[in-house]
Design a protein around this ligand. Structure first.
Ligand SMILES: Nc1ncnc2c1ncn2[C@@H]1O[C@H](COP(=O)(O)OP(=O)(O)OP(=O)(O)O)[C@@H](O)[C@H]1O
Length: 320
């Protein structure tokens, strides 16, 4: 039903069969997806999954081995400078001048993008509001927190009103409070009707921000859809995280034999189980793990989420 509504909107980005190899190794493998106007689309995957390589090709920074990228109706290649004008790319690294104020940074980068005069000043005022920095606009950015600097970085990418804004892991390395203010700024972009391509390895961010999500691992899209569609792939199973030490391999073998346990995987600090009716199975699971020689420090039942989907698709935890 959602798809029917979405197909009525204009497609901003279409990616088909994208491939990239480095030294004979395929790091992006037959990746296809599309993004519509006003949609926030997430690439969710662990470090090294190929997210940055995909967006570098989409932004025309590096050539694709094969495949096609269509942006706002024209083919995107590193040589197509006009198509690049439709993109705002916010890289992981900060690109702002510490001795300039927020406004001065925006003026500088706005002029680089060919904006001038009152139009530029008006747009800067709009952007400062969008990123929540209007009341700090006159301060040198060296006095800003990490999150404020990241938001200004996003603001620079927004100045020329791109059709597609690409954000590459914008919250990596910032404290939780700053992260929240960055996420609020990104949520505000939807009100501008912009299409957003958002990469992250945090499933909470993908769940909160993205209308549709591609789960990516080892260069391939493993699954794609809304959060609800992706969670359905797990068959509605619960996850039980057993934290502890001792004989985890014997515990894993014993737990696989328990009725109702569908899958047992090794996690960072114990075992991760995929089960039907988590609450009902908790007691026999704890008992079986103990008998097999595992010493438990904590047990957690998790209702299906994107972490469960990743585990279901790859047999590995997203967080490891
Ligand atoms: N210029 C390059 N030369 C060789 N290998 C590369 C190059 N760029 C990326 N890779 C490899 O391609 C794979 C995907 O990297 P990529 O940076 O796209 O992953 P990612 O999902 O963005 O992860 P991260 O968040 O760590 O950047 C990795 O194995 C990486 O080592």
């Amino acid at each position: 039903m959602t798809a029917d509504v979405q197909t009525q909107k204009a497609q901003v980005l279409g990616v088909k069969g994208l491939v990239k190899r480095y030294g004979g190794r395929t790091v992006v493998d037959d990746v296809s997806f599309h993004i519509q106007a006003g949609e926030t689309y997430g690439l969710l995957g662990p470090n090294g999954a190929g997210k940055t390589t995909i967006i570098s090709m989409v932004a025309g920074l590096i050539p694709a081995e094969s495949g096609a990228i269509e942006l706002a109706g024209s083919a995107m290649t590193p040589a197509n400078t006009r198509a690049k004008g439709n993109i705002g790319l916010v890289p992981q690294e900060l690109a702002i001048y510490p001795d300039l104020t927020a406004t001065e940074n925006l003026l500088f980068f706005g002029r680089l993008q060919g904006l001038r005069g009152q139009g530029l000043k008006d747009r800067i005022a709009e952007v400062l509001n969008l990123i929540g920095l209007a009341d700090r606009a006159g301060e040198q950015t060296k006095k800003f927190s990490g999150g404020m600097k990241r938001r200004l970085n996003i603001g620079i990418g927004l100045l020329h009103r791109p059709t597609l804004l690409i954000l590459d892991e914008p919250t990596v390395g910032v404290d939780p409070q700053s992260r929240n203010s960055i996420l609020e700024s990104v949520e505000g972009l939807a009100t501008e009707g912009m299409a957003v391509l958002y990469t992250t390895h945090y499933m909470e961010e993908a769940e909160r921000l993205c209308d549709r999500i591609a789960i990516i691992d080892e260069g391939r899209i493993q699954a794609e859809g809304t959060r609800g569609q992706l969670v359905e792939l797990t068959g509605g199973a619960d996850r039980i995280d057993l934290h502890g030490s001792g004989n985890t391999s014997a515990a894993a073998a014993a737990l696989r034999l328990l009725p109702g346990v569908q899958q047992v995987d090794g996690g960072a600090s114990g075992l991760i189980l995929t089960v039907h009716n988590g609450p009902g199975l908790l007691a026999p699971i704890v008992a079986a793990a103990g008998r097999a020689g595992m010493t438990l420090t904590s047990v957690e039942i998790v209702r299906p989420d994107l972490e469960s989907v990743f585990l279901h698709l790859t047999g590995r935890a997203l967080r490891d």
